[in-house]
Design a protein. Structure first.
Length: 184
C-alpha cells in the first residue's frame, strides 16, 4: 500500500506522462503559430457556416489550433494561438489551465474565440490575463446552437468553437482557462 506522500508523487508523474504522451509541448515561433492558426481557422470555416458568418462582424478572432490536456486527478492544459483583426495577425497568446478532481486521460483539441465587441477585445488587450468565465459574456457554441446562430442573433461578447478533439479525457471545458499575451 502506498503512503500519501508517494501516492501524490505517483499521481503527478502519471499526469505529466499523459500530458507528454498527448504530444510535444514545444514553444513555436510566431510564424509557426500564425500558420497553424490560419489552417485551423479555414478548416473551422469549411465545417461551420456559423463560424464563417461570425467572422464577418467579429472585432477579433483568437485561434488556438492545438491545446494539449492531460490529467489523473490533477490535470493541466496548454496551447499557443494567434489573434487576428481584420484578417491580419496582431499578436500571440497562450492558454493555460489547471484542474483538480475526478479526471483521467489525455487529449488534444483546438478552439477559436470570436470577440464580438470592442469591450471584449479591450479586455483581452488590457487584462493581466484573460480568464474565461470572468469578464465578458462567453458562450461555447455546440453543433445545435451553430445551426441557429446568425450575426443578428449573436448577442454575447465572445463565442467559442471547440474542434479537432482527439484522445480520451473525462470532461472538456474552457472554464477557468487563462489566456495571456506572448512576446514572439
Amino acid at each position: 500500500m502506498m503512503t500519501g506522500k508517494y501516492r501524490i508523487q505517483w499521481m503527478l508523474l502519471a499526469a505529466l506522462t499523459m500530458a507528454v504522451a498527448a504530444g510535444p509541448a514545444v514553444a513555436a515561433t510566431g510564424a509557426e503559430i500564425q500558420h497553424d492558426a490560419e489552417i485551423a481557422l479555414q478548416k473551422l470555416y469549411d465545417r461551420s457556416p456559423a463560424a464563417k458568418k461570425l467572422s464577418t462582424t467579429a472585432k477579433g478572432i483568437l485561434v488556438f489550433p492545438r491545446i494539449i490536456k492531460g490529467g489523473l486527478i490533477i490535470g493541466g492544459q496548454y496551447g499557443e494561438g494567434a489573434l487576428f483583426k481584420n484578417g491580419k495577425c496582431t499578436g500571440f497568446y497562450n492558454s493555460v489551465a489547471a484542474s483538480y478532481g475526478l479526471q483521467i486521460g489525455a487529449q488534444t483539441f483546438g478552439y477559436v474565440m470570436f470577440l464580438m465587441t470592442d469591450d471584449a477585445l479591450a479586455y483581452l488587450a488590457t487584462s493581466e490575463g484573460f480568464e474565461i468565465g470572468v469578464g465578458p459574456s462567453f458562450v461555447v457554441v455546440d453543433e445545435g446552437m451553430a445551426k441557429s446562430l446568425t450575426t443578428t442573433t449573436a448577442k454575447e461578447d465572445v463565442y467559442a468553437f471547440i474542434f479537432n478533439q482527439e484522445g480520451l479525457m473525462a470532461g472538456l471545458g474552457l472554464q477557468g482557462s487563462k489566456i495571456t499575451r506572448l512576446e514572439k
